[in-house]
Design a binder for this molecule. Structure first.
Ligand SMILES: [Fe+2]
Length: 391
């Protein structure tokens, strides 16, 4: 009798971790595979993995130190038949100081230019780079009313900025983002702060997630119908446009208007490359509706009355932000937030088109280093609008 090789398994995380978030599963590799190699999976294992990402949002494979950086972009091809061979942020890292995406000082890996090195602290002679001064961004540099010194002393933290990995210009967002943890700081747990005095204990530096599907469930029938009939127009060069803006305490939107750049101050752009997406995206794996809005970067909304077919453009930026925030803030509660507690060696894959995610954690006062690889490949496929057949 030939020895039966154990297949890949997917184990949803415990309900005390998942709560109502609908997020989180661990992937146990087949016996024959210690380090993940998506190209060596059987067709059945590949299908199981693909479905698990679309159903559980965040997958973790433990103990993956030694994985080649190229595996991070092989992962994109498992989930996206139209994955491009380039990071969704472009061929090279954004270094323009006018763009807020350059503020973490991260860098690409020379032998795998689709993979970005992110983290915290000074790293010398790494991957052919003589010196990296990585910066873990936190709410203090981006929130309109950041945590006080006293609150930080008490261990509070907040979401820096909820987002999808999406440049919102030219390149379409990837289906999956993969992150591999090489060094993890040993820092005491912190408290994620919510409105009205609630908090949630999380590991310092957790990547935090909420599900667009859970968010959609929490909307009223009227809000669901509005969302399904609305398109979100993002700003031209959105990350430059908001570079002087400050966020609300929940990290979902910009708090006050008035600091946006004038459109003629931005790097060259044309409207045909500026992206607009449906407000509700259909999950490629299970057909569920996901409310997907990158709230800090919205510019205008176009909504269609299903009864008359008449479209209305909402372009008062205060009103646009108020509408999006009213929908998304319904999900920002401890029971709906999944926090990934990083362990050295973790390889995490998350469904970028079905979740919103954010950095959290106040790490800057600690000497511990943090070193991660991140990869989010551009896609050739536009997000698919969810059609609400009940409407
Ligand atoms: Fe991200």
């Amino acid at each position: 009798m030939p020895h039966k090789i154990a297949a890949l398994r997917v184990e949803p995380l415990g309900t005390q971790i998942r709560k109502s978030s609908q997020i989180g599963a661990e992937v146990i590799l087949p016996d024959s595979m210690k380090i993940f190699n998506p190209q060596a999976l059987t067709e059945d294992d590949t299908q199981l993995l693909r479905q698990a990402l679309f159903d559980h949002g965040v997958l973790v494979i433990r103990n993956q130190l030694g994985v080649a950086p190229g595996v991070l972009y092989d992962i994109a091809k498992v989930f996206d038949s139209q994955a491009q061979n380039v990071h969704s942020g472009g061929k090279t890292q954004v270094t323009d100081p006018k763009n807020i995406l350059s503020q973490n000082n991260c860098s690409r890996i020379q032998r795998a230019p689709q993979v970005t090195i992110i983290g915290q602290g000074r790293i010398e002679d790494y991957e052919g780079i003589s010196l990296l001064q990585l910066k873990h961004l936190d709410q203090s540099s981006f929130h309109e009313h950041p945590l006080s010194d006293d609150e930080i002393e008490k261990g509070y933290t907040r979401p820096y900025r909820w987002h999808m990995d999406a440049p919102l210009y030219e390149s379409l967002p990837g289906f999956v983002t993969s992150i591999h943890a090489i060094e993890v700081p040993q820092v005491p747990d912190q408290q994620l702060q919510f409105p009205e005095g609630q908090s949630m204990p999380i590991a310092a530096g957790s990547t935090i997630f909420f599900s667009g599907a859970r968010n959609f469930e929490l909307l009223s029938p009227e809000e669901q119908e509005f969302a399904c009939n609305t398109t979100v127009q993002y700003a031209p060069r959105a990350y430059e446009w908001i570079r002087d803006c400050k966020a609300s305490a929940d990290g979902l939107t910009i708090e006050t208007k008035g600091r946006e750049k004038n459109l003629d101050e931005l790097a060259e752009w044309t409207w045909d490359k500026v992206q607009s997406f449906p407000m509700v995206w259909e999950n490629h794996g299970n057909g569920k509706p996901h409310l997907q809005i990158l709230g800090c970067c919205v510019y205008s909304l176009t909504t269609t009355d299903p009864a008359t077919g008449k479209s209305t453009v909402i372009d008062d930026i205060d009103e646009v932000r108020r509408i999006c925030h009213a929908l998304q803030s319904k999900v920002y509660a401890p029971e709906n937030v999944f926090a990934h507690r990083w362990e050295q060696g973790d390889l995490v894959m998350f469904h970028n088109r079905g979740l919103l995610h954010s950095i959290s954690g106040q790490l800057s006062k600690y000497p511990d280093r943090r070193l991660l690889w991140q990869c989010s490949m551009a896609s050739g496929a536009s997000p698919k609008a969810y059609k609400n057949t009940k409407a």
